[in-house]
Design a protein around this ligand. Structure first.
Ligand SMILES: Cc1cc2nc3c(=O)[nH]c(=O)nc-3n(C[C@H](O)[C@H](O)[C@H](O)COP(=O)(O)O)c2cc1C
Length: 257
């Protein structure tokens, strides 16, 4: 499952049974806080991380990096940054989902090259990407370009539709990308009989220093992973009808708590 190119031919050929299996998988995933000490087999871990790689990302820039905290002392050092959450000690591994603030210089040309080689980059699209991506991502020396964008984006928005600019809120952009990889990871882990817990309860700066991760990486989510300790984990969800809204909205009371 590690090939770097994948093709899908539309229309999708999925059988209804695939959806039923997926629904069962989605419901079987539980945020798990107690783990057995048993290690995660390397072959399963590799497949789970590969599922993370196949998550979508904006412009296919693939900014999400996953650091593996396996060493017990390293995990112990991380716990205080997570307000003492002990699942990090119990699980044999913690995956650290981080976003690369320098993804534009790091990946853009490589991704263009790969897409071109795969016959997936018409000239007009490449030209568009070469215009849009630097505009959206580059902060310039001393953040000067970002400062200019911060002034002009709201003015431009008065006249023209203007999307959010990653250069102005990189953490937000990186978090969106990383969460998609994280979800793939959690579902793949569930399919492999493993358990996970996504964690945002940590101090980013302290976690980065405890794990000795370079500053260019923004830590976005921690995810202990391992075999669940015996026990039943039950969860509830609000009714779908209160969370899904047909547009245009007729009953505006739905927007009130
Ligand atoms: C972004 C995010 C951050 C979370 N942070 C924590 C955390 O720091 N510690 C924790 O024990 N659980 C954390 N959770 C787990 C949630 O409490 C859990 O997903 C929720 O109660 C629903 O339960 P379920 O995942 O078993 O369906 C987090 C979940 C998400 C999606």
């Amino acid at each position: 499952m590690t090939a770097d190119v994948t093709s899908v031919t539309a229309p999708a050929q999925a059988e209804p049974v695939a959806l039923a299996a997926f629904e069962a998988l989605v419901r079987a995933r539980r945020a798990t806080r107690h783990f057995l000490p048993d290690p995660v087999p390397d072959n399963l871990l590799a497949r789970i991380l590969d599922a993370a790689r196949w998550a979508p990302s904006g412009y296919n820039l693939q900014p999400t990096h996953i650091f593996i905290a396996r060493d017990a002392r390293l995990r112990a050092a991380l716990v205080p940054a997570c307000m003492g959450q002990s699942q990090i000690l119990e699980a044999p591994l913690t995956l650290v989902f981080a976003g690369d603030r320098r993804v534009r210089p790091a990946h853009f040309e490589r991704v263009l090259e790969m897409e071109r080689a795969a016959g997936n980059l018409p000239e007009h699209y490449e030209a568009r990407l070469r215009g849009v991506v630097p505009l959206a991502f580059d902060r310039g020396p001393l953040g000067l370009a970002a400062a200019i964008k911060a002034v002009f984006a709201p003015l431009r928005r008065l006249l023209l539709p203007t999307p959010a600019i990653p250069a102005l809120d990189m953490r937000f952009w990186l978090a969106k990308q990383a969460m998609l990889s994280a979800m793939n990871t959690m579902l793949a882990a569930t399919a492999a009989g493993l358990a996970t817990v996504p964690m945002e309860g940590f101090d980013g700066g302290r976690a980065r220093r405890a794990l000795r991760i370079p500053r260019r990486f923004e830590i976005l989510l921690l995810m202990p992973i391992g075999y669940a300790a015996p026990g039943t984990l039950t969860k509830t969800r609000l009714p779908l009808s209160g969370l899904v809204h047909e547009l245009p909205m007729v009953d505006r009371s739905a927007s009130r708590p």
